[in-house]
Design a protein around this ligand. Sequence first.
Ligand code: GUN
Ligand code: ZN
Length: 444
Amino acid sequence: MKAYRAALLRFDSDGQPVYDTDGLLLTAPDATGTQRVLACGAWQALAHLLQTPEAQGVTVQHWPGKLIAPGFVDTHVHYPQVDVIGSPADGLLPWLDNYTFPTETRFADPAHAQAVATVFLDELQRNGVTTALAFATSHPTAVDALFGAAQARRMRLITGLCLMDQNAPDGLRNPPSAPGRTDAAEHSLAQSAELIERWHGTGRLGYAITPRFVPTCSDAQLRGAGELAARYPDVWVQSHVAENRDEIAWVRELHPQARSYLDVYHRFGLLRGRTVYAHGIHLDDTDRALLRDTGSAIAVSPTSNLFLGSGLFDFEAAQRCGHLHGLASDVGGGTSFSPFETMKAAYFTGRMALESQGGAPKPGLSLKPAHLWWLHTAGAAQALGLAGTVGNLVPGAEADFVVLDPQATPLLARRTAAARSLDELLFAFIILADDRAVVDTCFA
Ligand code: GUN
Ligand code: ZN
């Protein structure tokens, strides 16, 4: 058993924050050695548990003045794009062509893939992210490198081979099984199945079938991905949808029979639970209802949407419809690994509402700090189909948590000291904190 004492944040089943200024978190290993939450609550109410025979010899790790909170969950991030952050472009498609695809091509080199996997996981960990759904590249050795590195630090990580058999450069397009053959789609799917068998469910690792986005995938590849998703129902599916207007026009040219961009995925059997699409900016209510009814989720990527000028995610429409959604960094279109930056950009996005999208002007939303935080922890876990497993500190959950310092910088210290409510405290972190506020990131 392990015991931790500090202020404590978690969420109830309605997504409302529960906070103790002096809290106790008790964890114990399950049969596989994963630490799980035994109890979590006010020190006063739980301290007696430290007197039980099972707690004999347990020393309490005490962090006075610090805050224990659930580890953050990043619902969409690209491991090979660590070195793409901050690459300016006129929009998504030239950004992919000029920076992203050339950078990802380098991951054919296993030593490079290995080195960047370590940097990538270090960045997530330094920023308090304990679960990530990540894109890798189209190179199986790069997928192996990331899984291996995550396993070594016992991190909960979901990734998969990037499927992209058209409209991408040599060295990044999925290759055929042998030179001169034309079986790239089948080969990429066979490689995916092999990787599922090797990694999915190993420790805390999960596999995601990963068609990059409609323009880079042939019909045969999308159809095969849908068949694979049916064959392995507890494996994840990740892709991109309705991010950018030029991208959407291209999809319409490629699939004129589809009702919408999202409908292309639907027709290929790629909407179900544990399916996560990044962006989802330019959707209509029919698309949103389809997401809700199929249990599919949107990975909201606000720093990326602002950086690439893609548009503003409609939080109000998502809430009204009730489809799953959670926050994501989307590095390297996104500009930061820090969940604080992502929550802040999500807040700004809400403030701007739809004024800039040509819709009827709406007054800006003021998303509540605790709701933003939920969208990056328990709500993000729910979007991934992992509610109760990660993203919250409730009995039975895996004990992934962060220790945050409200005094990490002079300005943060002033503002948090003056906070009169939990909302003000959380908002001070969202607006002013960065990786310096993350004292420790603890994996179960
Ligand atoms: N659409 C297809 N690939 C990508 C990518 O790497 N980043 C973003 N933001 N959108 C994409
Ligand atoms: Zn992305």
